[in-house]
Design a protein. Sequence first.
Length: 200
Amino acid sequence: MTPNTLRIALGLLLFGAAPVAITAFPQQAISDSHSPAVEQPAEMEQPVEEDMEPAAEAEQPATAELSIAEIAASGEDFTILTAAIEAAGLTEVLNNSDLSVTVFAPTDAAFEALPEGTLEALLLPENRDQLTQLLTYHVVDGEVRSTDLADGEVETISGSPVMVMVGDEAVTINEANVVMADIEASNGVIHVIDAVLMPL
């Protein structure tokens, strides 16, 4: 099974017979050979916000051999995300070595900042579809590093786009700040964000 076929199968698995917009990145928010809407600042080879550092410089074990799900499970700031992935039944999918995706991963603090009762409700078994929709809104098809981003919309595998804004000192996804970029996984890339992305 090719990675592209797998991604299509993933969409069908998550949403049944409903069509899912799983596309490569024609969106104007991917730069380099993709004609961005706004040219990325030349001096910004990595996002340079003070609180943000490329994963290669972070003091952590090499993650490139771990899957996205394994990195989340081993991270102190991702206990809620890991619980949500398990509750949505996505652990096996995010462990799949044939997958190639980019995940905007909210920290525990980001989940805790949701309105009171929201997280508890999302984790209930009867709300699994809603939780899955929320989590897949944080996932885009293919591996997109911080240097590939420019201002514009990027389609997520939930079918709804996120808005990327690239500044001299910060990168935002909707209203969330990227606080750590380019964590390499065996099946994709993780960018850590400080807020949960809510589909419109």
